[in-house]
Design a protein around this ligand. Structure first.
Ligand code: NAG
Ligand code: NAG
Length: 263
């Protein structure tokens, strides 16, 4: 059960690319997301404080990862993504060093899974991104923003953060299962955004879109593999609690199809 919860956390963090450690200037009483059209408005509609509290990560890990998550959150603004990403890579090295301190906490394995996509893109593919910087850097924001306009990815995260049940969970100290049951909209948006973004970037800078999407999907492959070997008890809970629109993220074949099929 503990494992099931851990993997749910993984699922969440990479879907919502969350937000812990962001200060709580955005409170519940502010804007209820109206039909915002631009990414900028959608980003501002994200109630970061509520999401952070609803998910409620253990403090031991958050000590090392707070800044990393703040940087991830910044990327949701979809502006200067390349430079923000490079900063994130620097931060990733620091939080990894922090996690590797002896006796830091017992979640080293979870940290590695959660950051497997970051590791892939920052370390293993560092040369590729440096070499192709002149193409990728100027095209990244536009690609992400265009796909966000058609897929409403950022708005779906803002909507999640403003659901009454999620706000309620946040006020009561956090409940990851509640958040998972509300992930439907985010998953539908991701199912649109990921192939869109992959195609668009591949057209501008060969292989770059596929590589970035591969990175984003890394933790989900680990999750899918875990569920393939899990007991019926665990898989039943996942089937029951997770919205249908999210199941593509935990099945190997559907993950493969995001990476391979033409849109
Ligand atoms: C966080 O790190 C600081 C120093 O880096 C340490 O003093 C503090 O006890 C840590 N807190 C937790 C909750 O681990
Ligand atoms: C992070 O560390 C790796 C080696 O461990 C290094 O190759 C990479 O350049 C570092 N990245 C940044 C942004 O500091």
């Amino acid at each position: 059960m503990l494992y099931a919860q851990c993997y749910m956390i993984i699922l969440l963090i990479f879907l919502t690319r969350t937000v812990f450690g962001v200060d709580e200037q955005t409170t519940a009483s502010t804007v209820i997301s109206t039909s915002a059209t631009s990414t900028e408005n959608s980003f501002q509609n994200i109630d970061a404080g509520t999401l952070a509290k609803a998910i409620n990560i253990p403090t031991c890990e958050s000590n090392c990862t707070e800044m990393l998550l703040t940087k991830l959150y910044g990327i949701l603004e979809l502006k200067d993504i390349f430079d923000q990403w490079k900063n994130l890579c620097t931060e990733y090295n620091q939080s990894t060093a922090c996690m590797e301190q002896p006796n830091h906490c017992s979640h080293g394995e979870i940290y590695r899974i959660l950051t497997s996509g970051i590791h892939y893109l920052c370390i293993r593919k560092e040369m590729f991104f440096d070499k192709n910087r002149d193409c990728i850097q100027p095209n990244l924001d536009q690609g992400a923003q265009e796909c966000d306009r058609s897929c409403k990815m950022i708005q779906s995260i803002a909507d999640l953060s403003r659901k009454p049940s999620v706000q309620d969970a946040a006020q009561k100290g956090g409940n990851i299962i509640t958040v998972v049951t509300e992930l439907g909209g985010v998953c539908s948006a991701a199912n649109c955004f990921l192939p869109c973004f992959r195609e668009r970037m591949n057209k501008k800078c060969p292989r770059s879109g596929g590589m970035i999407v591969d990175g984003i999907l890394k933790p989900f492959y680990i999750l899918a593999k875990f569920l393939e070997n899990a007991t019926p008890l665990v898989t039943n809970i996942v089937d029951e609690k997770m919205p249908r629109s999210c199941s593509f993220l935990v099945k190997r074949e559907s993950l493969d199809s995001i990476r391979q099929q033409p849109v």
